[in-house]
Design a protein around this ligand. Structure first.
Ligand code: BG6
Ligand code: MG
Length: 220
């Protein structure tokens, strides 16, 4: 197994739990149009781009709209979402992840962000974690959404790393596919059943050190 010299992190669901804010804003939008969405529907939106999420929601409501209206609705949803995330602070960082990233920095491992979100910089600023990242590749920089490997390949390129020297931390099925397509080791954060295509899965960063992950990767 090649040596891991860089770690690329997804944001939503790995560093912060923003899914509930996305859900609240999408639910409000669906209600405005005249239907409802459930928490189960929300699972389908994880890791998926903003416009693709809207398409999934409209499909659930059985609603067809022209492109111009869809762009407007996505903007409306984002305004509501940004209202919520503008109130975020350090208390919303998921357990253990900041300590884990600090340990990577102390060990000389490069740290990058690979997220579909166009709000990633704002969120990292709000939770005071922007300074940890040697590169940020997010929805503003990419053409092709996960499971396309673009987001992670760009991250590796920005860090001057070969893909085989990078590990990805992801909570979404599409993100795990993207990491695999990029030829990178992939660590799933969440349930083993959902994330069965990851190289290894941890339920959270609670109690997890880089030493533990490095050993698990070496044993793959
Ligand atoms: C992903 C989230 O990280 O970013 C998705 O998991 C979200 O739920 C996507 O739709 C795009 O985010 P944003 O902030 O640009 O609307
Ligand atoms: Mg995610």
């Amino acid at each position: 197994m090649p040596e891991i010299k860089a770690c690329l992190f997804d944001l939503d669901g790995v560093i912060v739990d923003t899914a509930r804010y996305h859900y609240r804003a999408w639910k409000q939008l669906a209600n405005d149009i005249g239907f409802d969405i459930t928490e189960e529907d929300n699972e389908r939106l994880k890791g998926v781009s903003r416009m693709r999420s809207l398409d999934i929601i409209l499909e659930i409501g059985g609603v067809e709209l022209d492109q111009k209206t869809k762009v407007k609705l996505a903007e409306m949803k984002n305004l509501r979402y940004v209202e919520d995330i503008s109130l975020m602070d350090k208390t919303e960082i998921l357990p253990g992840v900041e300590q884990f990233i600090q340990e990577l920095k102390d060990s000389g491992i490069k740290v990058g962000l690979g997220s579909a979100s166009k709000n990633s910089t704002m969120i990292l600023e709000k939770i005071n974690m922007l300074h940890y990242f040697d590169c940020i590749v997010d929805g503003n920089k990419i053409e092709n959404a996960k499971p396309d490997p673009e987001v992670f390949l760009k991250g590796a390129a920005e860090l001057n790393m070969s893909p085989e020297n990078c590990a990805v931390f992801e909570d979404a099925i599409a993100g795990i596919e993207a990491a695999r397509n990029a030829g990178m080791v992939c660590i799933g954060i969440g349930s083993e059943t959902t994330l069965q295509n990851a190289d290894l899965v941890i339920s959270s960063f609670g109690g997890i050190t880089w030493q533990i992950i490095k050993e698990k990767i070496n044993n793959l």
